[in-house]
Design a protein around this ligand. Structure first.
Ligand code: DQQ
Length: 482
């Protein structure tokens, strides 16, 4: 029988860990978001690193999806696949999309063995049929004279009447860096020099740089090997040189990587990020981004995040406003007053929820238990520590399944004296995305085993805690549910 994408999606819902309101392909492997672009003030196109044949990473293609509102997605055919014998024969790795005077153009990494080059593909007016450019590779390899570790993930923008491109790389023995190139036509590229390099968090190689103006500053987002984490730098960009003045973490969770930023017609900077699987299950899969052969799919994109900048140069994150269109039944608990050293079950449960909590300035410590079983056999904790000024997402008890990960991650959350605590939590089966006061995001995966691990509880410490607002919405699925 020939299954269509909807049939496949329906079949995949047998796995209760599969998200229902986040983007993921019908089946098999997905990693980095690529080439996000709003085409001609219309639909949003998103591409992604994809193995369409199996739920593990191998001979990566560019998957393709389209959306009118950034939350409901329609499956499109694979855009590009490795060409045997070409410089992308082992994979079409990460890159971006640009509008080249009306021609949709993908700028991507060709991977052949260990060799990496820059390639182009152009699309038809409907962005459905893609042709590799006859001039490929347009950059055959790293600039001569540089001893590089990696040369991939081109990110292109317009500067005056030229194109500029940064590419993730590293200098052997020195550390990660981003390289800067210029071109008049996307075909002939001149290497200018390092955009920025050798910083505190350099790692050995920077994957997936996104470089863009935000208000009156410039921001570089990058994923340094081997950290498995994502950082940002904010600073000035002049005379082809980026001078960072502040830095931070893009996401503090354990399962967020290789984000990609686009600009839409309204000028919003919108970020997608890959949330890898953390199901573990055996020694060889104990690390993150495990394949999932048993269930036939792996990898989720976070909800799109809108970026802005605080006056102090901190990156601020807001969930895409259109996510509110996914809200179903609303449960509003006003004036929730909790005694010290108490634990209260909320009259709300579920595994596809959005939660919004606010607590007046001076809020004491508390823990929100998510995906909690009635007997506490499984739960994940989001804990605010007012003394330490931190937020911790702890999956020590998240799952009874053998091999799942039991770590905790902690982010600093320093509130001004007059600043309320404000949390938004998106819970969608195995993915949890947290936004705290717009400046701390945490993405983590959890895999509870029990059907009744859907409770929500609040526990206090040595002070009473009063929530000014506590609202939960049951989120509606964007995919078939049976
Ligand atoms: N994933 C891609 C690379 C990129 C890495 C390969 C980051 O282009 O550097 O799938 O996850």
């Amino acid at each position: 029988m020939n299954e269509n994408a909807t049939d496949v999606r329906r079949r995949m819902t047998a796995d209760r860990q599969r998200p229902l309101y986040h983007f993921l392909p019908p089946a098999n492997w997905m990693n980095d978001p690529n080439g996000a672009i709003q085409w001609k003030v219309g639909d949003y196109h998103l591409f992604f690193q994809h193995n369409p044949y199996a739920p593990h990473s191998h001979r990566i293609h560019w998957g393709h999806t389209v959306s009118a509102d950034l939350v409901h997605w329609r499956d499109l055919p694979v855009a590009i696949a490795p060409t045997p014998g070409a410089t992308d024969d082992d994979g079409c790795w990460s890159g971006c999309a640009v509008d080249n005077a009306g021609t949709p153009t993908l700028v991507y990494t060709g991977r052949s063995g260990e060799h990496e080059s820059v390639c182009l593909a152009t699309g038809d007016a409907a962005l459905l049929k893609w042709a590799k450019h006859p001039a490929n590779p347009v950059i055959a390899g790293p600039p001569p004279g540089l001893d590089t570790v990696g040369f991939r993930d081109p990110y292109v923008w317009r500067e005056g009447d030229e194109w500029r491109m940064t590419i993730g790389s590293g200098e052997r023995g020195v550390g990660g860096m981003a390289l800067l190139f210029r071109s008049a036509d996307l075909l002939t590229w001149e290497y200018i020099g390092p955009l920025v390099r050798a910083l505190l968090r350099q790692g050995t190689m920077w994957e997936c740089p996104s470089f863009f103006r935000l208000a009156d500053r410039w921001v570089l987002i990058y994923s340094p090997i081997p950290t498995g984490k994502v950082f940002y730098l904010v600073g000035d960009y002049e005379d082809n040189q980026f001078t960072p003045q502040s830095e931070g973490r893009v996401d503090w969770g354990s399962d967020f990587y290789a984000p990609h930023v686009m600009t839409d017609a309204a000028g919003r900077r919108i970020m997608f990020g890959w949330s890898w699987e953390a199901r573990g299950g055996s020694a060889e899969r104990a690390a993150s981004w495990s394949p999932q052969p048993e269930v036939g799919w792996a990898g989720v994109q976070t909800l799109p995040r809108v970026l802005s900048l605080s006056p102090a140069g901190e990156l601020l994150f807001d969930p895409i406003p259109q996510a509110a269109s996914l809200r179903g039944a609303e449960h509003r608990l006003d004036g929730v007053n909790l005694a010290s050293n108490s634990e209260t079950s909320l009259p709300i449960s579920g595994d596809h929820l959005e939660l919004a909590l606010t607590c007046a300035p001076g809020c004491g410590p508390f823990a929100l238990k998510l995906r909690a079983a009635p007997d506490d056999a499984e739960y994940t904790t989001l804990a605010y520590d007012s003394a330490a000024q931190t937020l911790t997402l702890d999956r020590a008890h998240a799952s009874l399944a053998p091999g799942t990960l039991h770590d905790a991650v902690t982010a600093p959350l320093v509130l001004a004296d007059d600043e309320p605590l404000s949390l938004r939590v998106f819970l969608d089966a195995s993915i949890i995305e947290v936004y705290a006061n717009r400046r701390v995001c945490m993405t983590t995966r959890v895999y509870p085993t029990r059907e009744d691990s859907i409770g929500l509880r609040l526990a206090t410490g040595d002070q009473p805690v009063q929530f000014d607002q506590l609202v939960a919405w049951e989120m509606t699925a964007i995919w078939p549910t049976e």
